[in-house]
Design a protein around this ligand. Structure first.
Ligand code: NAD
Length: 349
């Protein structure tokens, strides 16, 4: 006997991303703002003045990547149950990527899924984490290993929030902007070379272009079966650097900056990128005080650590290698000897 369940469906998960001063937001449902103590001290009153809801609660989590865990997810869910949130209720993620990822994940599992909105407050989360529906948390086996694809209903990017962002956090966001330009858009890269991102109008334009890039990639490949993997440019090397330095020395974007330089050196050795283009990327990163060198003590050990990355299959390592500026290839066919020779060249940096 065979029973077939027909589940073919057309789902429209489209949503708008507004890059402007936060508008007034009206909800005829219960709403929970999920944030942390740092952001709430700086900006919660402003956000509350913009939100009108049937009932508004605030869930304040501890600040830090180390709290991107089950306990924090449980405290979000607990608050929703206590306040009798139902399937029509709404969450607002108000913070950086850590808050955004956890709020989205809690929304994806509360009563099998409710809606949420992203109001990102770091540059990294404005240009990258808030767009695309990847949600999740860390556990003892690694980062973001538990999660779900759950798209927000809307994203509101208000550059005003960035006025309180620490300088290093700003730089970490710039690294992700450079990532989008090098992989997908040469004109955008040339714009960035001339731009001064400290100028609010120029910054807003850069955010717009980065978000457009990310949105178009996600629209083509929501679940990362293909082109979306290019957004991991710099991350294969960066994750090893974060791992070796126990996630303490570098912010994620800083490790990615060094990782991009390493990927570019690999591309140069493969004759896919000119040394001149590699230098241009390095100079752009250095303009925003991002680190571009890293002393590798043991290339063999560094190479082995690639295999801890969940994005590498057991037998091979996937690299995102730029084909010049504005194009890339995703490959698991880079010769080990070539990678080791690149890693060796960082041994004396
Ligand atoms: N979902 C995705 O597609 C995606 C993409 C990239 C990164 N991420 C995730 O994003 C996280 C990193 O995000 P992040 O870089 O935003 O880090 P974060 O969320 O930890 O924020 C960095 C720090 O800045 C503080 N902060 C936030 N907004 C501020 C403001 N306006 N003024 C002053 N301080 C402010 C935060 O409290 C925190 O201390 C990681 O967990 C990463 O896995 C997700």
């Amino acid at each position: 006997m065979l029973v077939n369940i027909s589940l073919k469906q057309v789902i429209d998960n489209s949503y708008d991303i507004t890059i402007d001063t936060l508008p007034k937001l009206y909800f005829d449902t219960k709403v929970a703002i999920v944030t942390n103590g740092t952001i709430s001290k700086l900006h919660l009153e402003y956000l509350k003045s913009k939100v009108s809801a049937k009932e508004l609660i605030v869930v304040t989590l501890n600040d830090g990547e180390e709290y991107k865990n089950q306990e924090s997810i449980d405290s979000i869910l607990e608050a929703l149950f206590e306040h009798r949130f139902n399937r029509k209720s709404m969450l607002i993620a108000f913070g950086g990527g850590v808050i955004g990822d956890m709020t989205g994940f809690a929304a994806s599992i509360y009563q099998r899924g409710i809606d949420f909105i992203q109001i990102p407050t770091t540059l990294l989360s404005q240009v990258d984490a808030s767009v695309g529906g990847k949600t999740g948390m860390n556990n003892k086996y690694g980062k973001n290993l538990i999660g779900a694809f759950h798209q927000p209903k809307a994203v509101y990017i208000d550059p005003y929030f960035l006025t309180t962002l620490p300088v290093r956090e700003f730089g970490a966001g710039v690294a992700e902007i450079v990532k989008m330009a090098v992989t997908f858009n040469k004109d955008f890269f040339e714009f960035l070379e001339k731009a001064d991102l400290k100028n609010p109008e120029v910054l807003q334009e850069a955010i717009k272009q980065a978000v457009q890039t990310k949105a178009s990639v996600v629209a083509q490949d929501e679940k990362e079966h293909g082109v979306r993997a290019a957004l991991n440019y710099g991350h294969t090397f960066g994750h090893v650097i974060e791992n070796e330095t126990k996630y303490k020395k570098y912010l994620h974007g800083e490790a990615v900056a060094i990782g991009m330089v390493m990927a570019n050196e690999t591309a140069v050795k493969m004759n896919l990128m000119s040394a001149d283009d590699a230098l241009k990327v390095k100079s752009l990163l250095e303009k925003y005080n991002l680190p571009t060198s890293y002393c590798i003590q043991n290339s063999q050990k560094f190479y082995e650590t690639f295999f801890l990355d969940k994005k590498s299959s057991d037998a091979s390592i996937t690299f995102i290698i730029p084909n010049g500026i504005g194009d890339f290839q995703i490959t698991d066919k880079v010769e080990k000897d070539l990678v080791i020779s690149v890693l060796d060249s960082f041994g004396d940096s």
